[in-house]
Design a protein around this ligand. Structure first.
Ligand SMILES: [Fe+2]
Length: 466
């Protein structure tokens, strides 16, 4: 991307999305950050997202939407807690104060409001405000992307789909980043189980922009959800050169690739992807998405009976500084896997007790509101499994399985908890849990036929006494 091609003050105004700054450079850097966010790619010729964040601040330190996008991205990254990180809390306050002291547009004011709500963990209300922006300004891609991420963290699959469907007719092919709308829509379609439509939409996006890693990701999900393992492997291999440069998503796409190998029972190949891509990239980025993927991969392999050796230890070092963050229940559950896997004695209990404390006084924080009835018992289920209390794991997880969607993430990501319940039921000393395991596997096979992993589990379940 060439810096001069980014939109200046006049260009944003002519698109009906005026920005309250007189600095063309600030407008262009805002566009550069937005572009990198949408394309999942740090453009090193621009200094990456970090470099553009510094540049936007230097061009106009009081530019409200510059603060909205930089602070908003820190927040949706979920790697920092406003409760604990004074720098992030100060950045939110400064954005709010700047908006109060300036004559910004109603759209910009709503952006500040949404970002502030999100910072307090009030995710549903933040999404409402981003959607309010999109009613008047359906081409506001920042609002659309933030809403997409917000709905993802809420497990709000239908909203994730419809949020994009509503604005699509207002977009025209000549508009900057138009093709990326197809990837966003495709993801919502697949999470609501419209797999064929999702694949068609993603392929349309890829025909326009082969390097769209989010479209690739949608196709990877479709193959995962339909247990089309060989198609998935072929697709990832044939497109790797296009998406591996998208540094903010590549690790997650490699995670999907490794899932196909776990499905096939080719564990060494999965571990090779873990070592060469998932672990390496996650260590370098420190991104939460990359970190939870690494936890998920090792946990799935261990459930399959694979020895992952000392891989947990490095991962535990990475998650340790985030033990008290409690930004997402989804993250907490994965951090717990890593701290248990590394045989750390204090961290697992510290993590769960910290969450329990926050659940007692959740205030506006949606994740903490959910913690008491959902996050803490799910964490407890993971703890009990680690201690060999398999029947207790079943008793904790079974009543929550249809609510687990609320912890956020995708169906494919949360499948680790479906697998955990099945493994716990099979290992339980109670015979009725063995029957339950068979029932769960029949159900799994019906929803997702021809899965080699399900077939292996069915064979094991049939060997049990009932
Ligand atoms: Fe995914």
């Amino acid at each position: 991307m060439i810096a001069s091609s980014f939109r200046d003050c006049k260009a944003w105004r002519s698109e009906g999305l005026p920005l309250s700054t007189s600095s063309n450079e600030a407008c262009k850097m805002y566009d550069a950050i937005l572009t990198q966010y949408v394309t999942w790619r740090n453009d090193e010729t621009l200094g990456g997202v970090e470099g553009c964040m510094s540049a936007v601040r230097a061009a106009d330190p009081d530019f409200v939407m510059g603060h909205v996008i930089t602070t908003g991205l820190e927040l949706v990254g979920t790697g920092k807690s406003v409760r604990l990180d004074e720098g992030l809390a100060a950045a939110v306050r400064r954005t709010v104060e700047l908006a109060r002291s300036q004559d910004v547009t109603p759209r910009e004011r709503l952006h500040v409001r949404a970002m502030e709500l999100f910072s307090k963990g009030s995710f549903p209300k933040a999404c409402d405000v981003w959607e309010e922006i999109l009613v008047e300004h359906p081409t506001d891609l920042l609002a659309l992307k933030f809403a997409h991420d917000g709905f993802f963290y809420l497990g709000a699959q239908t909203q994730m789909r419809d949020s994009v469907a509503r604005v699509l007719p207002h977009w025209k092919p000549h508009m900057p980043l138009y093709s990326y709308l197809k990837g966003l829509y495709s993801f919502g379609l697949l999470e609501t189980h419209f797999y064929d439509q999702a694949e068609k939409m993603a392929k349309e996006g890829l025909a326009m922009t082969p390097e769209d890693a989010w479209c690739v990701h949608s196709v990877a999900h479709v193959h995962e959800m339909k247990a089309e393992v060989d198609k998935g492997l072929k697709f990832m291999e044939s497109t790797e050169k296009d998406w591996e440069v998208c540094d903010m998503l590549a690790c997650h796409n490699y995670w999907h690739w490794a899932l196909y190998y776990i499905e096939k029972g080719e564990y060494e190949a999965a571990l090779r992807i873990f070592d060469s891509q998932v672990s390496r990239r996650g260590s370098a980025s420190g991104a939460m998405l990359d970190t939870v993927d690494a936890c998920s991969l090792l946990y799935r392999l261990e459930m399959e009976g694979v020895c992952v050796k000392d891989r947990w230890r490095e991962l535990h070092q990475r998650i340790l500084p985030h033990t008290d963050d409690h930004v997402l229940l989804f993250n907490d559950l994965h951090f717990l896997m890593a701290s248990l896997g590394s045989k750390e004695t204090n961290a697992p209990h510290r993590l769960v007790e910290g969450l329990r404390d926050l659940a007692r006084a959740p205030e506006e924080n949606w994740q903490h509101q959910l913690a008491g009835g959902l996050g803490v018992p799910m964490c407890q289920a993971v703890l009990e499994y680690d201690q060999g209390n398999f029947s207790r794991t079943v008793d904790l997880l079974l009543p929550l399985r249809y609510r687990a969607q609320q912890i956020g993430g995708s169906d494919a990501q949360r499948d680790v908890f479906n697998q955990l319940l099945i493994h716990a039921a099979m290992k339980s000393g109670e015979k009725h849990h063995h029957k339950l395991a068979r029932c769960l596997l029949v159900e799994r096979d019906a929803a997702r036929p021809n899965s080699p992993l399900t077939d292996r589990l069915i064979q094991r379940a049939h060997a049990l006494h009932v």
